[in-house]
Design a protein around this ligand. Structure first.
Ligand code: COA
Length: 388
C-alpha cells in the first residue's frame, strides 16, 4: 500500500489555566470544538488518540472510551498515551503513523490535563513519577530541582547568568499577552524575575512554567480529505521522536539533551530543510534554561550562545529566529498531557496567519514544534508547513 501524506485539517485549544471541569470533560470540550470546526460528526472518525499524563490526579484512567462515548463515537478505537510532558506529541505521532500506514483516514488527537484542584506539593510529587523515580523523584529530585541542575551546569560551562534566563521569561510573558489561550497574560520585567522567590536555586518562580489545566485537539487526516475540509490545511513535513538516557545522573553532559539533537537532525533531514528555512520554533521551555538548551540542541545557536540571541532580541516574533511566539510553556502554560497539542495549535494558527497581534510571525510558512518528556527521556520534533 502506498504511504499517504498526513495533514492537519483543524485544531482547537481551550484557554490554559484553572478549570472547574475534569480532564475528561476538558478533552470532550476541545474535541467537540475541533469536530465542529472541521464540519465532522464523531462517528465520521476512525481513530481517537488521547494524551493524559496525570489521570491519577483526577482519579480517572482509561479516558479514551469516555471521550469517544461523549463525542458520539463509542465504537471508534481509542488509545491513551502517557509520555510525561511529551504525551500529546507522542499521541499526535501515533495519528500520523496511522494515516501514513492507511490504518486510519480521519483521526482525532486530543491532549488533556487537570491538576489545579491539587496543591503544589502533591502535584510536584505526582510529576516526580515521570522521572527515574528510583534515582530522582524518589530521593527528592523534583523537576524544578533537575532543571536547576541543568541550569547550574550550563552556568558553569558557558557563563550563562540568571539575567540570561530571566530574559527568556520576559520575552515569553510579552508574547503571552497576545495569546488568548495563555494561562498568564501579564507583562514582567527582568527585576520581577530576579526578585521572585527561589523554587530550586538558581531557578525562581518566573523561571518556571505553572501547573495548568487545559486541552487541545486536532483532526489528522489525509491531505486529500483535509483539503475537502478546509482551504488552509497544514502539512506534516516531518515528525520525529528520539530519547535520552532517562536519569540526569547517568548522562555524561547535562548542558545538552541528546534526544533533542537527534530528533531535530532527523526532522530537518525528513523535511529536507535547514533551520534557516523555519520561520518559528515552538520549543519546550518548562523552565527558562530549557529554552536556551533547546535552541542550542536544535542548532539555532552554538553551545552557550543562545542567551546572546535572546539578549539581542533575535528570538522575538519579529526577530530573525522567533522562539515561542505563543508565550511558551512559561507564559502560555503547561497542562502536561495537552502541551504538545497546544504547540501544534499555535503552529497552525501561525501558518494560517491567524495568531493575534504582534505575536504573529510575518508570512510564517514553516513552524517547528519541540516537546520534551521529563528531562529528555522522550523528545519529539514536528515540522509543519502551509498546505495551501
Ligand atoms: C513555580 C511553582 C513552584 C509555583 O507554585 P506555588 O509557589 O505553589 O505558587 P501558587 O500556585 O501558590 O501561585 C502563587 C502566585 O504565583 C503565580 N504563579 C504560579 N506559578 C507561576 C509561574 N510558574 N510563573 C509565574 N507566576 C506563577 C500564581 O498565579 C499566583 O499568583 P497570584 O498570587 O497573583 O494569584 C509551581 O508552579 C511549579 O512547581 N511549577 C513547575 C511545574 C513543573 O515542574 N512542571 C513540569 C516541568 S518538567
Amino acid at each position: 500500500m502506498p504511504a499517504t501524506d498526513p495533514a492537519i485539517a483543524e485544531v482547537s485549544c481551550l484557554r490554559y489555566g484553572e478549570h472547574e471541569e475534569t480532564a475528561r470533560e476538558l478533552a470532550v470540550d476541545a474535541s467537540l470544538d475541533v469536530l465542529e470546526e472541521a464540519g465532522l460528526e464523531g462517528d465520521e472518525l476512525d481513530s481517537l488518540f488521547v494524551a493524559n499524563a496525570f489521570g491519577m490526579a483526577d482519579k480517572q484512567g482509561h479516558v479514551g472510551p469516555l471521550i469517544s462515548t461523549a463525542i458520539g463515537a463509542p465504537n471508534v478505537p481509542s488509545s491513551t498515551t502517557e509520555a510525561a510532558c511529551a504525551s500529546a506529541s507522542v499521541a499526535f505521532r501515533h495519528a500520523i503513523a496511522h494515516v501514513r500506514a492507511g490504518m486510519a483516514e480521519t483521526a482525532l488527537v486530543v491532549g488533556t490535563e487537570k491538576v489545579s484542584h491539587i496543591d503544589t506539593m502533591t502535584a510536584t510529587s505526582y510529576f516526580c513519577y515521570g522521572s527515574d523515580y528510583f534515582l530522582e523523584g524518589g530521593v527528592g529530585a523534583t523537576f524544578p530541582g533537575l532543571y536547576a541542575a541543568i541550569a547550574r551546569a550550563h552556568m558553569d560551562e558557558f557563563g550563562t547568568s540568571e539575567e540570561d534566563m530571566a530574559r527568556v521569561a520576559v520575552k515569553n510573558h510579552a508574547n503571552g499577552i497576545h495569546n488568548p489561550t495563555a494561562h498568564f497574560q501579564k507583562e514582567i520585567e527582568i527585576g520581577d524575575v530576579l526578585d521572585s522567590y527561589e523554587v530550586a536555586a538558581p531557578l525562581k518562580l518566573y523561571d518556571a512554567c505553572p501547573f495548568s489545566d487545559g486541552a487541545a485537539a486536532a483532526i489528522v487526516t489525509t491531505e486529500e480529505k483535509a483539503r475537502a475540509m478546509t482551504d488552509t490545511p497544514v502539512t506534516v513535513e516531518a515528525s520525529t521522536q528520539r530519547g535520552t538516557i532517562a536519569a540526569l545522573s547517568e548522562r555524561e553532559d547535562v548542558t545538552e539533551i541528546e534526544g533533542t539533537q537527534l530528533a531535530g537532525q532527523a526532522a530537518f533531514e525528513q523535511a529536507g530543510v535547514s533551520a534557516d528555512e523555519v520561520d518559528l520554533f515552538e520549543v519546550h521551555d518548562c523552565f527558562t534554561i530549557a529554552e536556551l538548551v533547546a535552541m542550542e540542541d536544535l542548532g539555532l545557536a552554538e553551545p552557550g550562545k543562545a542567551a546572546a540571541m535572546v539578549r539581542e532580541g533575535q528570538t522575538k516574533p519579529d526577530g530573525d529566529v522567533p522562539v515561542n511566539a505563543s508565550g511558551g510553556l512559561k507564559s502560555k502554560g503547561h497542562p502536561v498531557g495537552a502541551t504538545g497539542m497546544g504547540q501544534i495549535y499555535e503552529a497552525v494558527e501561525q501558518l494560517r496567519g491567524e495568531a493575534e497581534g504582534p505575536r504573529q510571525v510575518d508570512g510564517a510558512e514553516r513552524v517547528l514544534t519541540h516537546n520534551v518528556g521529563a528531562t529528555g527521556g522522550t523528545v519529539t520534533v514536528n515540522i509543519l508547513g502551509r498546505g495551501d
